[in-house]
Structures are given as structure tokens and as C-alpha cells.
Design a protein around this ligand. Structure first.
Ligand code: NAP
Length: 259
């Protein structure tokens, strides 16, 4: 039996990852966190007894300890955390000095980075005891600058670094940061309709509008299967601490071997 925690489980990549975990490992139990209840309720209805929805904000400082208490009491085991919850904003050109709001940058880092450090640290006793894995949902923007996304790029780069540090510091656990590709979710809608037109160079935004026009956005189930395979099987030792793209040959091999 595997016990897995997925953040940002209400929609998009997180929702798909939960479904893939439940189908790949038929005796797994998944805990899913998000601020909105609707997607979590749907998962609970579809997977009674195997999915537990927890409505909460990953930035709430009480959330990690209440998750520790709950999961310890239910199973005393935690095989993987998939840290997926994330936001895009603030998006603005660095030359638009009026748009820079340090509080927005700090709030972004709270969601996309510090909440994950706190979650992993608080749940560490359970993770160590279970020799568990930390699967970090990164982005191509962690290793490449995207116009207008300076804040998001920096927080995702920090996440890659955190995977390396977990691999170095915590011998009982393994970690990996994986970029999911460009995926058909609400975040892409936000890029095309809101943040992009307001804060990105039109030429840079065109890449994203073109991907949608040409039907080239990935289905969330594609990266969802990669995250779920890593969560249900554990991060292999030779991938510990790495940053990879969802379609890296080593991950393709892992999925093929698991069939
Ligand atoms: P999405 O559809 O907007 O989903 C984001 C998820 O995160 C939602 O379930 C949302 O739930 C949750 N979330 C956001 N802030 C939260 C908070 N403070 N507390 C709890 N949950 C929170 O976007 P997505 O594309 O699936 O994104 C998932 C991850 O993939 C993100 O880390 C993103 O950076 C990464 N990513 C996406 C793409 C892409 O092309 N889509 C590319 C690279 C990386 P609630 O709103 O209900 O809280």
C-alpha cells in the first residue's frame, strides 16, 4: 500500500496526477489539498475511501502540522509528496518599474517555494520512516527566462535547487524536480487571456497562443502519469536530486518498465 499527498489537486495537473496514482497503484490512498472544494469532492465521490480531500491554503502555517496529524493517525506512513500547487502571477516586464510590488513577489514565493519547504520539513519524520519521495512540479522556466515571468522563473529555479538539497541532506528520502511541458490547464488560460496580454511581450506570448491554436497543448494526464509513476514507485536512486523534463528518456523508460 502507498500513501501519497498531492497539493493543488482540485484541477489541472494535480487532479490528473491523483487519478493516475489511483489507477497505477490500486491499493494506494491519496490525500489532496486545494483551496476550492469542488474538484476534491468529485475525486472523493469517484474514489470513495481511496481519496481524501483537504480544503486548505498551502500558505496556511497550520496546514502542514494538521496534515501530519491526520496522515499519522490514519496510516502512520507517507510514501510521496507531489508538490504541485502553484501560481503564475505576478507577470510584468522588469522595465515596468511601476508594476513591481515586492509584496506580490513575496506572496508568490510563499506559494510556489516556501510552502513546499515547510510542508516537506513538517512531514519529514513520516517521509523518513517510509523512505519516501518528494516530487516537485517544476517548469522549463526554472532553467530558461520567459519574458515577463522573472518571479515565476526564480521560484521554480529555487525548487530545482531544493530537490538537489533534499538528495544531499536527507539520506532516507529521494527527490526530483520535473517540468510538465506546456499543459492544457487554467494556468494556460491565464497566460493567454490575462497575465500575458498585460505583462508579456506580444512576440513571447505568441508561442502560447500558437500552441493552443495548433492544438499542441499537452493533456494533463501526460505529465500526470509521470508524476504518479514517480510517486507510486518512488524516485529511482540514479534520478535523486535531478531536474528533468516530463519526456526525458529516463522517465519514459521508468514508465515503460512499470507497465
Ligand atoms: P492550475 O490549473 O491553475 O492548477 C493549480 C492548482 O494549484 C489548483 O488545484 C489550485 O487549486 C492549486 N493552488 C494554487 N494556489 C494554491 C494555494 N495557495 N493553496 C492550495 N492550492 C493552491 O495550473 P496547472 O497548470 O495545473 O499547474 C500545476 C503546476 O504545474 C504549477 O506548479 C505550475 O507552475 C506547473 N506548471 C504548469 C505548466 C502548464 O503549462 N500548465 C507548465 C509548467 C509548470 P485552488 O485554486 O483550488 O486552490
Amino acid at each position: 500500500m502507498k500513501v501519497i499527498l498531492v497539493t493543488g489537486a482540485s484541477r489541472g495537473i494535480g487532479y490528473a496526477t491523483v487519478k493516475e496514482c489511483l489507477s497505477l497503484s490500486t491499493d494506494s490512498v491519496v490525500y489532496g489539498v486545494a483551496r476550492s472544494a469542488e474538484g476534491l469532492q468529485r475525486l472523493e465521490e469517484e474514489h470513495p475511501g481511496r481519496f481524501v480531500g483537504i480544503v486548505g491554503d498551502v500558505c496556511d502555517p497550520q496546514l502542514p502540522s494538521s496534515l501530519l496529524q491526520r496522515i499519522s493517525a490514519d496510516h502512520n506512513q507517507l510514501d510521496a509528496i507531489v508538490a504541485n500547487a502553484g501560481v503564475l502571477e505576478p507577470v510584468h516586464q522588469l522595465t515596468d518599474t511601476a508594476a513591481y510590488d515586492p509584496q506580490q513577489w513575496k506572496a508568490h514565493f510563499d506559494t510556489n517555494f516556501f510552502s513546499i519547504v515547510t510542508l516537506v520539513t513538517t512531514l519529514l519524520p513520516l517521509l523518513q520512516q517510509s523512505r519516501g519521495s518528494v516530487v516537485l512540479v517544476s517548469s522549463g522556466a526554472s532553467v530558461k527566462a520567459y519574458n515577463g515571468w522573472a518571479c515565476y522563473c526564480a521560484a521554480k529555479a529555487a525548487l530545482n535547487s531544493f530537490a538537489r538539497s533534499i538528495a544531499t541532506d536527507i539520506p532516507e528520502c529521494r527527490a526530483i524536480a520535473v517540468a510538465p511541458g506546456v499543459v492544457n490547464t487554467q494556468m494556460q488560460v491565464e497566460i493567454r487571456d490575462v497575465a500575458g496580454p498585460r505583462g508579456m511581450d506580444p512576440a513571447a506570448l505568441k508561442r502560447f497562443t500558437d500552441l493552443q491554436l495548433n492544438n499542441e497543448l499537452l493533456d494533463p494526464a501526460v505529465p500526470g502519469k509521470v508524476y504518479a509513476t514517480l510517486a507510486t514507485q518512488g524516485v529511482p536512486g540514479d534520478l535523486n536530486g535531478q531536474y528533468l523534463r516530463y519526456n526525458d528518456s529516463q522517465l519514459n523508460q521508468l514508465i515503460a518498465d512499470s507497465l
